[in-house]
Design a binder for this molecule. Sequence first.
Ligand SMILES: C[S@@+](CC[C@H](N)C(=O)[O-])C[C@H]1O[C@@H](n2cnc3c(N)ncnc32)[C@H](O)[C@@H]1O
Length: 265
Amino acid sequence: MKPRIDTEKPHTARIYDYYLGGKDNFAADRRTAERAMQSWPAVRTAVRENRAFLGRAVRFLVAEAGIRQFLDIGTGLPSANNVHEVAQGLVPSCRVVYVDNDPIVLAHARALLTSTPEGKTAYIHADLREPEKILSDPVTKATLDFSQPIALMLVAVLHFVPDSDGPRRIVDTLLDALPSGSYLAASHVTPEHDPVGVGGLERTYQASGLPAQARVADDFAELAFRGLDMVEPGLVLVSEWRPAAGGVRPPASEVNWYGAIARKP
Ligand SMILES: C[S@@+](CC[C@H](N)C(=O)[O-])C[C@H]1O[C@@H](n2cnc3c(N)ncnc32)[C@H](O)[C@@H]1O
């Protein structure tokens, strides 16, 4: 049975789509987003910077790290520069498994299944908090070769897993399944540069029934990257992770979002 799309309750994928200027959102999502923007007015700048980080991360992983397989959890609604589009644009044989737990992403998943003939893309409706199910899903097993390096993408999703859900165990379970030479790319909202604004957004999400927990750099590093070899420039604002030359970068108090990539030794 297909999971039901509830338009009365806000969902993070649809709120994010609204921030990005997309059309796959409903009044409840827009209300929560507008309330959140009262606390953190530059959140649209921040999500664009996060999305740009995602693109640069995939390019780095394919072009410099030699990665050909991706497990992208917390995919979001199809948008510009989806992981497979960037990856297969560089190497057409790249394979991607997309995972999200939002029924609306499932409804739009067709747009993620436009693989090149040489590569493969697949979509699973599943929850990050149940990593074993993601790993043992027949679609995952049929698409990814776990004897070869895989990039695990946890981009803008770990802040929806509060400490009470045991995020460290989740990350460990996923990383344990990957061979040496695999990578983790992750990004995460932080309260460090605008505690009042980001705290307000966090409370707005929580009041709408959405789990949200911003984390400081040390906590994000400990949660996601412990035991991995950090790629230069390390854990930095997403806007500062190997930025394109020449662009003007927004201040930290607008971005409020860290990103990093690391290699499993
Ligand atoms: C902010 S969007 C990020 C989209 C994309 N990764 C990016 O960075 O542009 C977060 C996505 O994570 C999904 N998500 C949140 N909690 C999740 C969970 N527990 N399991 C799977 N997906 C989840 C949401 O539905 C949403 O699509």
